[in-house]
Design a protein around this ligand. Sequence first.
Ligand SMILES: Nc1ncnc2c1ncn2[C@@H]1O[C@H](COP(=O)(O)OP(=O)(O)OP(=O)(O)O)[C@@H](O)[C@H]1O
Ligand SMILES: [Mg+2]
Length: 333
Amino acid sequence: MFSNSFDIITFGSATRDIFLRSKDFKLIDCADFVSGKAMALGAGSKVYLDDLIFASGGGGTNVAATFALQGLKTAYAGLVGEDAGGKDILEELKNLKISTDFVKKTSKAKTPYSIILSSGRERTILVYEGASHLLSESDIDWNKIKKTKWFYVSGLSGESSKLFEKIINFAADNKIKLAVNPGHDQLTNNLEILKKCLNKIDILIVNQEEASQITGVDYKDESALFKKFDGLVPGIAVMSKGPEGVAVSDGKKIYRAGIPRSGYLDRTGSGDAFGSGFSAAILRGESIERAIQLGTVNATSTVQQIGAKNGLLKKGEWGEWERVDVSGEDLAV
Ligand SMILES: Nc1ncnc2c1ncn2[C@@H]1O[C@H](COP(=O)(O)OP(=O)(O)OP(=O)(O)O)[C@@H](O)[C@H]1O
Ligand SMILES: [Mg+2]
């Protein structure tokens, strides 16, 4: 019976990623796109690639990888297609010692695929969301997923987004702790649902834009933003700021840290690496300072390599990077 219990079960997408690099992907000015630029390929021509890298991604499995590497008993709950990509994902999860007990297969869509076109300076991502879109209530073994201390819920899109509130309420009813990194659907069409769920969340992880979407406060005004957050989230609110590091509030203090001096190759997965590293430390009962340091070094290590799971740190490993200084500012009560 004990073998059925987990430290953490993760929800979110599972994807195959392929990185294509070529000097012949041209950037041209084009007013049709938000960025004002287009990534262009010669029509009717052959474009040669300098490199081709296969990796896996998706918020659900990326964070599960960190938890397992950090020595926690981890399961991933999600949906993959009945295809070669689905098989690859299951095999990778098993190699990482992540339980696949709660992974279901569907014939209704293929396993998600992202194709990342990189010109060196800029990248364009082609996304097929497929099976990750389709998780439904009947795909989840509600009775069995009770046996865990924590859930980590990352973005749930399409049909799967309808499960978001149900998973949060289920956790609260069953005294399962919750770390949540909301995705696009939670922050747009379902923002009101997300807001309703915030008072059940132990760790909320968002970036600056997402923090502003939730609170309605400009992220540049950090003290006003966290004041709002502290009223909404009883637990810990984490706001990541890309290469500028993070700010975290537990309602008593705002903690801030930058990032270590380091190189940088591919930022895919930095948010997942930070959120999962941070949560792994909290789950083990470590301080917020330590959690920030672990999340930061995990993210730093993964942005040195192409692929969201490459570079994630094992328990006890730290790589070559310094431990970042964490400052604390007491909040007036
Ligand atoms: N270029 C970088 N070099 C080192 N560390 C980085 C870099 N970019 C991000 N990080 C680390 O990763 C953390 C999370 O990054 P970020 O704020 O970009 O998350 P995000 O916007 O949620 O990313 P994602 O696109 O993966 O969802 C940062 O707080 C920082 O510690
Ligand atoms: Mg993110």
